[in-house]
Design a protein around this ligand. Sequence first.
Ligand code: CO
Length: 269
Amino acid sequence: MPVTIKSPREIELMRQAGKILAKVHEALGKELKPGMSTLDIDRLGEDMIRSFGCEPSFKNYQGYPASICVSVNEEVVHGIPSKDRILAEGDIVSLDAGVIYRGYHSDAARTHGIGEISDEARLLIERTRQSFFVGMQYAAAGHHLHEISKAIGDYAESFGYGVVRDLCGHGIGSHLHEEPEIPNFRQFRRGIKLRPGMTLAVEPMINLGAADVVWMDDDWTVVTEDMSLSAHYENTILITEGGPEILTLTDAEIAEGIWQKQGSEERKH
Ligand code: CO
């Protein structure tokens, strides 16, 4: 299937899907505390998604059994919520969620610290988020897709982190996963030319140690092979003639001005 260009009507629905998902992430982030189970997070998230009149897009996707992927510490992505997995002070937890609003998907992930976390964990989370925004400097019509990939990967590797090779971002729209695949590291080819109306889920997954990951026996949970911590940051974006429109930023991130800050950095060059 080719990369699709969304119509103004589709773009509006994706904006709505994005806004709702941002609210879900913002609310879930505030609920996290030591002692809660990863299943508690899934229940809260699913209820919230449905209360907005949306469907949780991950539920039953290729057999995935929950609405929110909850991945703790060395788990990279696709952790399966469980009543027996209890969050503790010092853990880091990646929440990945998707919603379907009137047939259109949004997909976003955030990594949070539980209570006090180590400096190395905090920096990993911050730099993983920052790698996304570094990539966004190339997420505009006329650039090539792999300029985003290279920018993300080079930034993360500059800290000695391992950039996960085995999982990628993706196009998104009326399906959760559409063309193109979006790697988070330098490619040999330059990739497709970006055009206004493309909608993409860009999602760096960055390890404190080596890049290698393995799949657990549940066939879902991806963990770092060396058991080092891993962070994930994902947004659904719209390509325009100018910079990207980031559809899943939380109100806190908008207030913080993270994307505007990045824009002004770029203008200085
Ligand atoms: Co995704």
